[in-house]
Design a binder for this molecule. Structure first.
Ligand code: GRF
Length: 215
C-alpha cells in the first residue's frame, strides 16, 4: 500500500453512519485514507455534523430537481478542488449521472444494503426481508450508469434470523456495511483491484510484488 493516505470525497444525504465508520477507520489507521470533503444534497443531513465534528470540510449543495447536471458540475468542482482520489457514495440518495461518472471514471464507489444483484434500488433490507431470503448482506461496488449494477468489490453476508424484524436485520446489515466499505476503499486505494468486465479480481500482496510497477 502506498504510504500516502488516499483522499476521499464522500457524498451523503442522511445520517452518515457509514461516513462515521470511514472517519473512525481513518483516525485509527485501519484505513489508509483521509476524508477531504463531505458533500450533501440535504442541508439537515446529520452526516454533515459528523464531518464537522471530525474537522472535515463540508458543502451543502442544494438539490436542483430539474438540473441534475448543474448539481453534479458543482459537486465535481468541489471534489476536484480537494483533489480527491475516490468518491464514496454513503447513503447518497440520488442516481449518479454522466457528469460525475465522466469526471471520476472508475473512481466512484457505492454501498448497498443487500447482496447485489438481488434487491437493488430503495430499501434493500426490506425487500430481502419481505422476500423471505435466509441470507442477505451488503455490497460495495463501482458505480456505473446502471443503478446498483456496477462491478462488485466486497460483499458481506448476513443471516436472517427466525425472530428478526426488518429493523433488527437492517441493524446487523449496517454493522457489516461499516466494515465492508473501509475494506473496499483500502483495496481500491492500494491498487489491489483489477477489473475485467463484470469481475473485480482482488490481488493478493504476492500478486502485487510479482508486478513490475513500471509496466
Ligand atoms: C445504508 O444502508 C447504505 O447501504 C444505503 O443507505 C444507508 C445509509 O446509511 N445506501 P448511513 O447514512 O450511512 O447511516
Amino acid at each position: 500500500m502506498s504510504d500516502n493516505p488516499g483522499k476521499l470525497g464522500v457524498l451523503i444525504s442522511g445520517s452518515g453512519t457509514n461516513l462515521q465508520a470511514i472517519l473512525d477507520n481513518c483516525a485509527s489507521g485501519k484505513l489508509n485514507a483521509e476524508v477531504s470533503v463531505v458533500i450533501s444534497d440535504k442541508e439537515n443531513a446529520y452526516g454533515l455534523e459528523r464531518a464537522r465534528n471530525s474537522g472535515v470540510e463540508t458543502r451543502h449543495i442544494p438539490w436542483r430537481k430539474k438540473d441534475k447536471e448543474g448539481w453534479e458540475s458543482d459537486a465535481v468542482r468541489e471534489l476536484k478542488k480537494y483533489n480527491v482520489d475516490l468518491v464514496c457514495l454513503a447513503g447518497f440518495m440520488r442516481i449518479v449521472g454522466t457528469t460525475l461518472l465522466e469526471a471520476f471514471p472508475g473512481r466512484i464507489l457505492n454501498i448497498h444494503p443487500a447482496l447485489l444483484p438481488s434487491f437493488p434500488g430503495l430499501h434493500g433490507q426490506k425487500q430481502a426481508f419481505d422476500w423471505g431470503v435466509k441470507i442477505t448482506g451488503c455490497t460495495v461496488h463501482f458505480v456505473t450508469p446502471d443503478l446498483d449494477m456496477g462491478p462488485v468489490i466486497v460483499q458481506k453476508a448476513v443471516r436472517v434470523l427466525e425472530d428478526d424484524t426488518e429493523d433488527t436485520l437492517a441493524a446487523r446489515i449496517l454493522e457489516q456495511e461499516h466494515i465492508a466499505y473501509s475494506e473496499a476503499i483500502n483495496l481500491v486505494l492500494s491498487n489491489r483491484v483489477q477489473i475485467a468486465g463484470r469481475r473485480v479480481k482482488i490481488l493478493s500482496a504476492g500478486d502485487l510484488s510479482d508486478h513490475d510497477p513500471t509496466e
